[in-house]
Design a binder for this molecule. Structure first.
Ligand code: ZN
Length: 68
């Protein structure tokens, strides 16, 4: 995955904010799970960062836990 294709590398980590679940929804699949790295289009660093933001949002119920 090249850095250029990572949205967060391009636009900065502020675009992912656990307080703004809308900013994280593009990285969730239909069941509410986090997309895998190929699907998210994020670099390693920012994919991990995004997952942390999703976790925080779930803990305070801004985002649902995935149905499995
Ligand atoms: Zn990145």
């Amino acid at each position: 995955m090249s850095a250029q294709s990572c949205l967060v590398c391009q636009q900065g980590s502020a675009i992912l904010d656990w307080k703004k679940p809308e900013s994280l929804k593009p990285f969730l699949n239909a069941r509410g799970g986090v997309k895998n790295k190929n699907q998210s289009g994020l670099c390693n660093t920012h994919h991990a960062f995004m997952k942390k933001q999703v976790d925080r949002a779930r803990k305070i119920a801004l985002l649902p836990y995935p149905t499995s």
